[in-house]
Write a protein that binds this ligand. Sequence first.
Ligand SMILES: Cc1ncc(COP(=O)(O)O)c(C=O)c1O
Length: 425
Amino acid sequence: MANSISNGFGFATWTSFIEESQIRALLKYKVKYYFAGGKPGIIPTDIFADILGNLSAKYKENPKLALEDLNYGPTGGESWFLKTLAKRLCDVRGIPIDCETEWEHVSITNGSQQAIYALLDTLIDPGDVIITPSPAYLGFLGPAEKLGARVITIPTDLDGIIPEDVENAVEVAKKRFGKCPDLIYVVPDSDNPKGTTLPMKRRQALFDIAEANEILLIEDAAYAEIQFKKNPKPIKTLDKDNSRVAYLGTSSKEAAVLRVGYSVLPSNVRDQVLKDKGYLDLCTTTLVQRILDEYYRKHIDEAMRVGIPRYKERYEAMAKAIDESFPAGVRTDPTGGFFIWWQSEDKKFVAKKFLETTGIPNDIIYVPGTPFYPQSGHRLTKDNKDVRPSLPEDNTMRLGFSYAPPEVISEGIERLGNLLSKELG
Ligand SMILES: Cc1ncc(COP(=O)(O)O)c(C=O)c1O
């Protein structure tokens, strides 16, 4: 039923039960110590300036090309860009597609956020079941709940989601809801929000569970390129016939925030996702695909060679400052990505309230852990035989090290640590 409002028309029901994304809400604050959204702080701006300069000259010389690039294009992306990405996905990540003949398996979306939304939109009816880690990326949870999914959250440790619990959750979903889950969602490389990386054994186990139960596994590889050491192979490498895993990449973290995501989806899934995209935005801007095509063909390796050690430096500055100044608690130890997750030993601590009363007035922003838990989801009971309403762990926070330079991180985290120590004794 629609919500009615005073001027006569009604808003859709979801508007009353889905809260604004915490990250969007926090973007409005300009503070000195920014540890909130996953904003890339190291963008190779000189490379992009050169690409834009060359492109501008090319367009002046060749107005026909300019007319094409400033026009509508195919919904799933331009063929030349798909070929470039297919080659990189094969050569660097080992994704099992033939980049000469199967480049059409790659699709472009307006950020990987659009791929997430379209996947959910095309696979989920109200009441369908989805399995996610606890905590999970809020940009996945929000749309899943908006579309009426039942989200079952699975415990995680310092290696990420625990496959045995996923297996138990599949059985509980069948028993309790009369449905096998439709989706399992994971971020295997330096997860958002915890920063954990799934070992190969767990990747294999998740793939096997998805195969055995005919579930689509969404592998969100947003941070796959931002790695301080070599990671296990993508889960997608196990999906030899491209039928079980929806693999999502994004240029946002490894290039620039030009709103371009790229995915490899099973063909029947891709057809539905592109049908949805056709109605969401018709197509992704060709101009940005042209810019990124240059970047992925010629510059990404050098940009990563320079950029990754700088992200690592920021991570080390943050980890050191947490260890030296925070009160009792546990932090994760990421080997890439943008985030560290910290949990206070004090169960009564509420990170959201502390942010409002103390963090922001002291020029500091982080993302409280609460929105990384579904608002009305389910969690497994201790005996793994049933589910209960999921509960957020309010004493947690996600600290982003990607945006601020190391010296600002050291100073800001020390300041936050002192404030926390004063609060928590
Ligand atoms: C895990 C994860 N997936 C997807 C996204 C969305 O990325 P984009 O829409 O910029 O490609 C993000 C952004 O922070 C993310 O952290």
